[in-house]
Design a binder for this molecule. Structure first.
Ligand code: ORO
Length: 304
């Protein structure tokens, strides 16, 4: 029997498959398709202090091998999420990860400490990498000093493990990773989307109203693999890897590159059963490449 379980700070995962933040809402729609208890964990859509309606539409567009989005952190606000969404997800036998965002260091701290009042959330994912809002977010995620400052502040404010979600929109992702590790991050989550833009020729307008958006999907998979590989060589904290995963073979590639678990994002829009199908296929794929557990595959990949 292939052992899919993996232990990360705060997260005793029955398998390494986690729907990615922003691509699964709060799980309600997907719970009509399969039992969410099958999942290793669920990462909720980003929570901010107050309700956000997000950016003007259109804010999602298909691209070659991927998708652009500029949702703008739409969410009902942390209090509502704790009142209505966390209890819904807590009905399932899975871990809950709360993605937190803010437009200032103080907002991150307030959102993080609000989650202390619920005992149903297992970990925080500190989102310093949203490419689609003017304030906060990526300003923290592209500067190692700011990233360390917000990580340290959130760690102080929270009794939950903190996974910092890194942006690929930087020259040196290893420097970012090391900086948040020194500031006390318990883990990393990488990569968020890559800023992109596409133009609709007949109207000569950008395809999305925000002009630019975050590119996700299989088009970014090699970038994610490269970054996870480089970072995993240089830090000691675990990595939740993501970026264009569509199959169990892709999952194995991420594990071999150095991820300990993975998040599935864009693929959920194409196939709502994708996480469930990958969980079913993963033991077969692991076995066919000679692995008897997920743990055994982590970081064992690259034969030079
Ligand atoms: N979009 C992304 O691509 N990443 C985020 O972290 C957040 C958003 C969004 O809400 O626009």
């Amino acid at each position: 029997m292939t052992n899919l379980a993996i232990e990360l700070p705060g997260l005793a995962l029955k398998n390494p498959i986690i729907p990615a933040s922003g691509c699964f809402g709060f799980g309600r729609e997907f719970s009509q398709f399969y039992d969410l208890s099958k999942l290793g964990a669920v990462t909720m859509k980003a929570a901010t202090e107050n309700t956000r309606f997000g950016n003007p539409t259109p804010r999602v567009a298909e691209t070659t091998g991927g998708m652009l989005n500029a949702i703008g952190l739409q969410n009902p606000g942390v209090t509502k999420i704790i009142e209505t969404e966390v209890p819904f997800l807590a009905e399932f036998d899975t871990c809950i990860i709360a993605n937190i965002a803010g437009s200032s260091l103080e907002e991150y701290v307030r959102v993080a400490s609000t989650f202390n009042n619920t005992n149903q959330v297992h970990a925080l994912e500190l989102n310093i990498s949203c490419p689609n809002v003017k304030e906060g977010g990526i300003q923290f995620g592209t500067d190692p000093v700011m990233a360390a400052r917000v990580t340290e502040a959130v760690k102080k404010a929270s009794n939950l493990p903190v996974y910092v979600k890194l942006s690929p929109n930087v020259t040196d992702i290893v420097a970012m990773a090391k900086s948040v590790e020194s500031a006390g991050a318990d883990g990393l989550s990488m990569i968020n989307t890559i800023t992109g833009m596409q133009i609709h020729l007949p109207t000569r307008r950008p395809l999305i109203a925000n002009k630019t958006g975050g590119l996700s999907g299989p088009a970014i998979k090699p970038i994610a693999i490269r970054m996870i590989y480089e970072v995993s060589q240089q830090v000691d904290i675990p990595i939740i890897g993501m970026g264009g995963i569509q199959t169990a073979e892709d999952v194995l590639e991420f594990l071999l590159a150095g991820a300990s678990a993975v998040a599935i994002g864009t693929a959920n829009f194409q196939n709502p059963y994708i996480c469930s199908e990958i969980i079913d296929n993963l033991p077969i794929v692991l076995e066919s490449y000679g692995f008897s557990s997920v743990q055994e595959a982590v970081g064992k990949g690259i034969i030079a």
